[in-house]
Write a new protein. Structure first.
Length: 451
């Protein structure tokens, strides 16, 4: 039997280019098509996506190739600048460019869907905004049709809800929903739109049991699966002494500093404000906030939505107003080598998201045997047994977060035991488990599609 041909489709690109293709040509002269990414300079020409969907999907596709499970691996993503085709570890990336006139209305539409699902606000969707959303989806679908025959398309998140209908009977599609699936508080027309769209895919994956229940409550009648997100555990190695020193020197961390770590993009749903308020009740500790904006917020190569800048500005004002400005460290983007050092050096990892599809940061923290305090609005809280392998707190409750952090800092021996049990928990989120689950789903969907 031939190996299946797979194509992944995401909004966020694996490589975020910093230079236009014309600028790359000026720099290198000529470049082959597709451009091998090793011909380019990381940090100068491009950056790997620091988090989100690509951080989970890339190691899965790479390992499926290494294990000989798939053939002809493709990846379609939105990239406003850079080459049209790039080769990364035998994965052929096809970059979609959304015309400039559609970028702002597309960003507004998807942010409105996102905000309504997260119970932040409701705004009417205009025809021009939906037209831009449909235009982006069609550009993806057009590229998908050109790549046929493909044995399965693996499509990610709410930015691409129309693709199931557009691809139709051409090939089987699996749709992974990453954000919380809770349509209870959405408007009727948004709820109906989402349910109709996801029923057009041949299978839908959600990240936690809570969201599987959300699918049922919404009236979804298709084929549904639940599988926890995963990490490539081989990546999360111990930092070197020099990396630890670089981290501490760069951010002014002394040997006797107590560090509370929060790793998340700058977004109000991530709850950094809750952590800042909790800090005012945890005397003597420092709070480190790692993260910048997402692809949506990136000025160059992204969609240039202002939400990350506005949220960061609000957080700095909040820290000043409640008198903890000198104990809050904003790092912005942090490369993986220093992120490993941050996990190793910190005393506790807080995950204060008001609501979250899952929360791989918790899994990463467990890789370093760190105690965690997790909002019960995060899907990963299903894996936390309070007081055993971590603590949970009521979403948005700064007093509870401060109390749980205080418990950890007051009992270093117990905190170490909690971190060890977290390390044992993380095994169910190893990439091998993720591949087994996703591979079984692919086979189930491909078999059902043929019949």
């Amino acid at each position: 039997m031939d190996k299946p041909k797979i194509c992944i489709v995401t909004q966020t690109p694996l490589l975020k280019f910093k230079l236009q293709y014309s600028e790359l040509l000026d720099k290198y002269g000529t470049l082959p098509d597709p451009v091998p990414f090793r011909c380019l300079e990381e940090g100068e020409d491009y950056e790997f996506a620091p988090g989100g969907v690509p951080k989970m999907v890339y190691p899965l596709q790479k390992m499926m190739i290494e294990d000989g499970l798939v053939d002809d691996a493709h990846w379609i993503s939105l990239s406003m600048i850079g080459p049209e085709r790039v080769l990364v570890d035998d994965i052929l990336i096809h970059n979609i460019v959304l015309e400039h006139r559609y970028v702002a209305p597309y960003a507004r539409l998807k942010e409105r869907i996102w905000a309504e699902i997260h119970s932040i606000e409701r705004k009417t969707v205009g025809a021009g905004e939906f037209s831009a959303y449909a235009r982006y989806n069609w550009l993806c679908a057009d590229k998908m049709f050109k790549l046929l025959p493909i044995d399965i398309f693996y499509i990610h998140d709410f930015q691409q809800l129309l693709l199931g209908t557009m691809i139709g009977l051409a090939a089987p599609t699996v749709f992974r929903w990453h954000i919380p699936f809770n349509l209870d508080n959405t408007s009727g027309y948004i709820r109906r739109f989402i349910v109709r769209c996801i029923e057009s895919f041949d299978g839908v994956i959600v990240s936690c049991k809570r969201d599987l229940e959300g699918l049922i409550r919404a009236g979804y009648q298709g084929r549904a699966y639940q599988t926890y997100p995963y990490i490539d555990q081989r990546k999360w190695t111990e930092p070197s002494d020099s990396e630890l020193d670089e981290f501490c020197n760069r951010f002014g961390i002394d040997d006797d500093d107590t560090i509370i770590l929060v790793v998340a993009r700058m977004d109000q749903i991530k709850g950094q404000d809750v952590a800042i308020k909790a800090l005012s009740r945890v005397h003597g500790a420092k709070l480190m906030l790692i993260g910048n904006g997402s692809f949506t917020s990136s000025e160059r190569g992204g969609l240039a939505h202002p939400k990350a800048t506005l949220w960061s500005r609000y957080l700095k004002t909040l820290a000043r107003d409640i008198g903890v400005e000198d104990r809050v460290i904003f790092t912005g983007y942090m490369p993986d080598n220093l992120l490993k050092a941050a996990y190793r050096r910190c005393d506790v990892v807080a995950f204060p998201s008001r609501t979250e599809g899952f929360g791989l940061v918790v899994v990463e923290a467990w890789m370093y045997r760190k105690p965690v305090v997790v909002s019960d609005g995060a899907g990963v809280s299903e894996l936390v047994i309070d007081g055993l392998n971590g603590y949970t707190f009521e979403s948005g409750n700064a007093d509870q977060l401060a109390e749980k952090i205080g418990n950890i800092l007051a009992s270093p021996g117990a905190a170490e035991e909690i971190g060890e049990r977290g390390y044992e928990t993380v095994r169910q989120c190893y990439i091998e488990e993720g591949i087994r689950s996703v591979w079984d789903i692919f086979n189930d969907v491909m078999t059902g599609f043929k019949h």
